[in-house]
Design a protein around this ligand. Structure first.
Ligand SMILES: Cc1cc2nc3c(=O)[nH]c(=O)nc-3n(C[C@H](O)[C@H](O)[C@H](O)COP(=O)(O)OP(=O)(O)OC[C@H]3O[C@@H](n4cnc5c(N)ncnc54)[C@H](O)[C@@H]3O)c2cc1C
Length: 451
């Protein structure tokens, strides 16, 4: 298909889809229900700071995705060498963003290691029906139940209620149970290499050197104005390529013809040869007249974000720390002020604390009451020192999201319907990272040229 295209949803997926299509010479309209592009990858201005919505970095994991992002940002990025740690059982482990299970004591880690080896050497059984089953199959019961508890720090449901694909929304694709030296030995066996984590803070490109050649750093970040700057630059870039951007419009109807698709936005109608839907199957289903309630099969997490204005001298050099202890309200405390220039006033920096919660919690309903406790956690995590300056609090009804265990069942009807509808394409919505998002889009958009 080579004609006009409507892209619904102006988050990262919509931005990249529109960019790739426009580069192919297609006439593109992006429709974004909110006031501007960016989706989760954006931020806001406060007292001279460009505050990011949570901790966002672009990972350099593939030359293909990195080259798209560098093009999109005209190369205006800065390299970021992150210094990070995780907390479990009150202990901080440097160089890991996943829970260090060996910090729970020798007896626990010995048991987990035994179970991991048993899991790695047993024959594959039936595919797991939910995330808990996947964790047990992969790591054995002890690690699975600890990881389940860690996960509930972010997603307020047991792993048995999430789909196996939710693993990609976590840092649990491998687990840390032994020292780096021991991990190097064990990882010589492929089945253990796939399960056991080894830190890479001593050499950030350790696992990527053979697959990326274009850009020499592990992560990068917009040169100007943080993630808000990314959204602003992407908007200008798309406009310069002739992309028409419509914001603040909700879809009210969908018309499917043999040659065209029509998206109704109230009184306005947009017609094109193809619609790329990047806002999730849950929001597309009603337009197809479906009633499976896919929207209820997406577990999204409300989040309270605390931003602390600090003096540059209060930075400790740690970029971010993830706490998997449920007694801590903060899941991740980061210092985006460390990443890029032009995000803070001179000599200032800021700390961002992500507090995943629920809509009926005290922290959601009265967040400022918790500010002193949040700052205590910042000090304990070691991302800043001293006293906090001014504080800004933002509440987001949706942040992290993952498929619930019934996602496949609930979305089966619409997926089947879409498989017979060549004019509407919904890219996989559980890509979970910018790199994966881009790698999912490219074959469909650029591949057609080769076909
Ligand atoms: C706090 C946080 C930190 C992250 N950090 C990183 C990171 O460091 N590196 C990385 O690669 N990835 C990171 N991610 C993941 C990354 O942000 C996402 O993979 C990516 O932004 C998803 O883009 P998207 O366009 O698919 O979705 P979205 O950004 O959600 O955009 C989808 C669009 O669909 C529409 N939409 C969807 N739901 C609704 C709704 N309920 N109401 C109205 N409109 C809606 C909106 O128009 C929205 O703009 C992070 C995610 C979060 C939440």
């Amino acid at each position: 298909m080579r004609g006009d295209c409507i892209v619904f949803g102006g988050g990262m997926t919509g931005i990249v889809a529109a960019f790739l299509l426009a580069q192919e010479g297609r006439k593109v309209t992006v429709v974004e229900p909110r006031g501007g592009l960016g989706g989760v990858n954006t931020g806001r201005v406060w007292e001279g700071f460009c505050l990011d919505f949570g901790c966002h970095l672009f990972g350099n994991e593939s030359d293909v995705s990195t080259s798209v992002l560098l093009d999109l940002m005209d190369g205006e990025v800065v390299p970021v060498d992150v210094v990070f740690a995780s907390i479990l059982g009150g202990k901080r482990t440097e160089g890991f963003e996943l829970p260090a299970l060996d910090s729970l004591g020798e007896e626990v880690s010995a048991r987990i290691l035994k179970e991991v080896i048993a899991a790695a050497s047993s024959a594959a059984g039936p595919p797991p029906k939910n995330l808990k089953e996947l964790l047990i199959d992969r790591y054995g019961p002890t690690a699975a139940s600890i990881l389940d508890s860690c996960l509930q720090k972010v997603f307020p449901v047991p792993a048995s209620e999430l789909a196996p694909e939710a693993i990609h929304a976590t840092t649990f694709r491998r687990i840390k149970i032994v020292s780096n030296e021991m991990a190097d030995l064990l990882k010589q066996l492929t089945a253990l290499d796939e399960r056991i984590a080894r830190g890479s803070s001593d050499d950030p490109m350790r696992f990527y050197r053979n697959q990326v050649r274009l850009y020499p750093h592990r992560s990068f970040y917009p040169k100007s104005r943080g993630m808000l700057g990314f959204a602003e630059r992407a908007t200008r870039k798309l406009e310069a390529l002739g992309v028409h951007i419509v914001t603040g419009s909700e879809p009210t109807g969908l018309g499917l013809g043999h040659e065209h698709v029509t998206l109704e936005l109230g009184a306005e109608k947009l017609t094109a040869e193809e619609l790329i839907w990047t806002a999730g199957l849950g929001r597309l289903e009603p337009l197809f007249g479906g009633t499976s309630g896919i929207i209820h099969a997406s577990q999204s997490v409300p989040m309270v974000l605390y931003y602390f204005d600090i003096d540059k001298r209060q930075e400790t050099g740690t970029s971010y720390v993830n706490s998997f202890d449920r007694e801590d309200l903060v899941f991740r405390a980061s210092v985006p002020g460390l990443y890029g220039p032009e995000t803070c006033p001179p000599e200032r920096s800021y700390v961002c604390c992500e507090v995943p919660t629920s809509l009926d919690s005290d922290v959601w309903n009265d967040p400022s009451r918790f500010t002193p406790r949040i700052w205590d956690e910042v000090l304990r995590f070691g991302v800043a020192t001293g006293e906090p300056g001014r504080t800004f609090i933002q509440k987001a009804k949706t942040s992290y999201k993952a498929p619930r265990a019934d996602f496949g069942e609930r979305s089966a009807w619409l997926s089947h319907r879409l498989s017979r509808e060549p004019r509407v394409w919904a890219p996989p919505e559980w890509a979970f990272s910018t790199t994966r998002t881009i790698l999912e889009l490219i074959p469909r958009i650029r591949g057609e040229r080769a076909a």
